[in-house]
Design a protein around this ligand. Structure first.
Ligand code: GCU
Length: 397
């Protein structure tokens, strides 16, 4: 789209720290030195990131009335330690299947929950014959249809037993139910009803984030779930989504970014691994069109991703990287936390307890938590162990 874009085949990701351009980050505090002045500054940043990065909106009510139907009988899971409830929400005319894995004690007292999108359908998260298969477009299968044989296929990414044992629930849904993840000119999913976005309006990430907020609207009416203690979590593109959901909706009490990388936790100015040009070219539907003006011009951005993280303050935030996931720039993810920290401190919170990057496999946990684990781009049991520990401290199940 833009004349100065290098041809795709010439893109070589930089993985050399010595070749990172020198850069100056915009001051996240924007001159603010009193906590009382932060809400106004925060509102400015939120508006800026809305217009220039993720896209504004949609408005809360844009999808019309949400209908809720319990379309499947509740079943016991984990040998009676928990139960599974499935609810079909209709948002902007799209049927969206929500699966809730809850500990039995939720029948007596509302529990805090982790909540996040899955990549492959609810049936891939946990192997159980009662879990409904999505009926729409699937990203990962050859014919783009959901398959029985994929039940439990991504269970290693969802430590459901660990979550339930710790007294939390898990609420999950398939992101493609909201907006299928390909560049279709915004013809399908909720965009078919909301209409195609203008240059400063919500791309797919902001639209996925918006739908998470609509699910919170519904969770506020569910007796077993404590909607004041929702930890929003996402991996990779869905980690970018959880960050934006947490930034734009303060009802998320805690926010977790797992390997979110470029356009998520990582600093764009480092141009390490994936860059803005690369992401906006490969995935033109994720951000708003305005964001492309910073392709290869990162130093002209009036913000960087430490600002995205700071929008979550004073709420607890956990950012996780994986050492082999260089595409997502682990160090850039850590530095974003370091540079978001002044806002936490301003608001009287502990923030991030260190300024030097923890060694592999060591988690630091203040109001901001961070670790880099061994291995690849993925969500592992190690990640969940840290998230649960962090959530126990901040959300007290
Ligand atoms: C690609 C993309 C990343 C994204 C990842 C994912 O690698 O370049 O930005 O995070 O997909 O969602 O798995």
């Amino acid at each position: 789209v833009i004349a100065q874009d290098p041809p795709a085949k010439r893109f070589v990701a930089n993985y050399d720290e010595s070749k990172i351009p020198s850069y100056t980050l915009p001051d996240v505090l924007g001159g603010v030195s009193h906590a009382k002045d932060w809400p106004a500054k925060r509102a400015e940043w939120l508006d800026l990131l809305s217009r220039e990065m993720f896209g504004r909106g949609p408005a809360a009510e844009a999808g019309g009335n949400i209908t809720v139907a319990n379309t499947a009988p509740e079943v016991e899971i984990l040998g009676g330690k928990g139960f599974l409830r499935q609810t079909t929400l209709t948002i902007a005319e799209q049927p969206i299947e929500v699966a809730m894995f809850l500990p039995v004690k939720a029948k007596e007292t509302a529990v805090p929950v982790f909540m996040g999108y899955n990549f492959g359908g609810n049936h891939t998260v946990f192997d159980h014959p009662a879990i409904k298969l999505p009926s729409g477009w699937m990203r990962k299968t050859d014919d783009h249809k959901a398959k029985e044989s994929d039940r439990g296929a991504n269970a290693s990414r969802w430590a459901i037993e660990r979550i339930v044992d710790a007294g939390f629930g898990l609420v999950t849904l398939y992101y493609g139910d909201v907006d299928p993840d390909y560049d279709d000119g915004f013809q399908n999913g909720v965009h078919a009803v909301l209409g195609p976005p203008k240059v400063d309006e919500a791309g797919s990430i902001a639209t996925w984030a918006w739908a998470l907020s609509r699910v919170v609207d519904v969770l506020e009416t569910v007796d077993e779930v404590d909607a004041n203690r929702i930890a929003v979590i996402g991996h990779s593109r869905l980690g970018k989504t959880s960050l934006w959901a947490g930034a734009s909706d303060p009802r998320f009490a805690l926010v977790i970014s797992n390997n979110s990388g470029c356009g998520g936790a990582a600093l764009s100015r480092r141009q390490y691994g994936e860059t803005l040009w690369r992401i906006n070219t490969s995935f033109p539907h994720w951000f708003c069109s305005n964001f492309t003006k910073y392709n290869n011009k990162e130093d002209t951005m009036p913000f960087d991703n430490h600002v995205l993280l700071a929008l979550i303050a004073p709420r607890p935030l956990y950012v996780a990287s994986a050492v082999e996931d260089r595409w997502a720039d682990p160090k850039g993810e850590f530095l974003s936390c370091v540079h978001a920290d002044p806002v936490y401190k301003l608001l009287g919170k502990e923030g991030l307890p260190t300024t030097s990057m923890p060694t592999v496999g060591n988690s630091v946990q203040g109001t901001i938590g961070y670790h880099v684990r061994e291995g690849k781009h993925d969500v592992k049991d190690f990640d969940w162990q840290q998230y649960i520990q962090f959530a126990k401290r901040h959300l007290q199940p």
